[in-house]
Structure formats: C-alpha cells, structure tokens
Design a protein around this ligand. Structure first.
Ligand code: SAM
Length: 285
C-alpha cells in the first residue's frame, strides 16, 4: 500500500479515533434511540461508519458530522447510494446547528414549509471534548428529543450521578436540568480499535427541561449553578459570597432552608432553584 494512503487512514489519537469494533454493541447503541423510521438523526463523529451503516437502514434521515477530512470524504463515497444520509465535514463544536437541520440541498420545493421535528442524536464521542459536546447539545436542547452517546465511563458516572454523591457536579446538574439521564451499559476497551485506555459507557438523555417547573430564568440559573460549583472544595457560602452581599445571602439561605456549610454537590436542583428564587424573586438582589 502507498505510504501516504496508510498514514491518511490510520487512526488519529488526537481526534479521539477509537472505532467501534463490536457489531452487537453498535446494534445496542442504535436500538437505544428507539424507532427511527420517522426520525432525523444527527450523528457526531461517524468515523468509519460503524453506526452510520446501521442508521442508514433504519432512520428517515441521517446527518453525520465528521471533523476528519479523509474520513468525511470516504464516508461520502460509501453512503453516496443512500439518499437519506448526508455527510458534513465539520467540527461539532463550531457548526451552526440551526442550519444543519434545513432541507437537504435539491430537496426544497417552492411552497413547501420546512418545520423540523426535534432530532435524535447519537455518537461514540471523541473523549477529548466530551464535556464540551454535551454542554453544547444541552444548550441547543430545543433541537433534540433523545441523545444516546458513548462516553468515558467516569464521565457517564458524573452525568448520571445523584446529588450528595461524590460524582455529582456541574456537569450532572446541567445535564439533569435539561434531561432524564439513564446509564445503559458499559463496554471494555477491547470493543474498539485501537482500544482506548478506559472503559466506555452508553448514556441516554431524554430531553425534558425542568426550567419552567423550577420557576427560574434559564441563563440566570445556569450562571448561578456555575458560581455555586465554582470552586469544588469550597462551601456554597464561600462560592456565593463572591457575588452576593453576605447579609442577603444569609437571609436567602435561611428562607430556602439551605445550610451555609453545605457544598453545592449536596443540593438537589429543586433546592438550588429555591435558593436562586429567594435571592432574586424577593428582590433581595
Ligand atoms: N462513530 C465511529 C465509531 O463508533 O466507530 C467513530 C468514533 S471515534 C471515538 C470519534 C470520531 O469523532 C472520530 O471519527 C473523530 O475523527 C471524530 N471527531 C473528533 N473530533 C470531532 C469534532 N470536533 N467534530 C466532529 N467529529 C469529530
């Protein structure tokens, strides 16, 4: 084989390229999205197409975003015969998600209104940017209904963690603010080629935002959570006092029944929201 060709198709560790080598695992991941016959699926990092192949046969429409130019070109050739599959060469962290779900070029008809249903998302994620991808998906949650992603096991534990446990943090709180989280199953390194150093878990997020139920404004509450979890070792009091006057903070903590000595990871979202409302709704701040 020509040297150039070998190099261009060899897995690139910097892009997190650990390709799924287990067909049954691929099947389980795709099945976790449920019935796809009427669905649009956004695939993140299709790689060599292990999941894309399964999706092409099941979904009404597949939009796959791959950063690696060579892989994207190969995928385009491989799926050229599938009218329901689009390969986009791009960075999932930068791509304009609101333009991705427009009508496929050549499929527009005058007078045809395009109102997309929320899409499903799937991906065996590149681990070097897992949290960034997850936070971006949550930020754009209005576009999505179900998200099934393979992530490093430790990240899955954090996303699904309950308040008061060691793993609960800003990522858990943010994910659980927007979605119902289920940890589905774990795969050993040998399920991938080349094998990563870590185990991987599949997580399903069913988008069910709790913002309205918690009666908080979205942007303000997200900033509040970031501040609450600001310094992991610090108490809630110490993190919040950097932004709120101490007298007001004391009153709001008492009003919402939160002890100043707790850390943010001990608070369920409902308690954080009660504290936020006590600080803001009562016009204390
Ligand atoms: N889905 C394939 C599979 O299961 O075999 C490949 C998974 S591999 C863990 C991650 C894939 O994401 C790679 O193909 C990599 O090139 C791609 N990737 C890395 N960074 C990306 C980014 N910022 N945007 C889109 N794709 C990216």
């Amino acid at each position: 084989m020509a040297k150039g060709l070998t190099t261009s198709t060899a897995p690139k560790p910097k892009l997190g390229q650990h390709f799924l080598a287990s067909q049954p695992a691929g099947q389980r991941i795709v099945e976790a999205l449920g019935d796809l016959s009427a669905a649009t699926v956004l695939e993140i990092g299709p790689g060599r197409g292990a999941l894309t192949t399964l999706l092409a046969a099941r979904a009404r429409r597949v939009i796959a975003v791959e950063l690696d130019r060579v892989l994207a070109a190969q995928l385009r050739m491989k799926f050229a015969i599938y009218p329901n599959v689009e390969i986009i060469e791009g960075d999932i962290l930068k791509i304009e998600l609101n333009t991705v779900f427009g009508p496929k070029p050549g499929m527009t008809r005058p007078g045809l209104n395009f109102t997309p249903e929320p899409a499903h998302v799937i991906g065996n994620l590149p681990y070097y940017i897992t949290s960034d991808i997850l936070l971006r998906l949550l930020e754009y949650h209005r576009y999505f209904s179900t998200v099934v992603i393979m992530v490093q096991k430790e990240v899955a534990d954090r996303v699904a963690a309950s308040p008061g446990t060691r793993d609960y943090g800003l990522l858990s709180a943010t994910a659980q603010l927007y979605a119902r989280v289920e940890k589905l199953f774990t795969l050993p390194p040998g399920a991938f080629a080349p094998p990563p150093k870590v185990h991987s878990s599949v997580v399903r997020l069913t988008i069910e935002p709790r913002i309205e139920a918690l009666q908080v404004p979205e942007a303000g509450f997200i900033s509040f959570l970031k501040l609450s979890f600001g310094q992991k070792r610090k108490t809630l009091w110490n993190n919040l006092k950097t932004q709120y006057p101490q007298k007001i903070l004391k009153e709001a903590l008492a009003q919402s029944g939160v002890k100043p000595t707790v850390r943010a990871e001990a608070l369920p979202l409902a308690k954080s929201a009660a504290l936020y409302r006590a600080l803001h709704d009562g016009k204390l701040v």
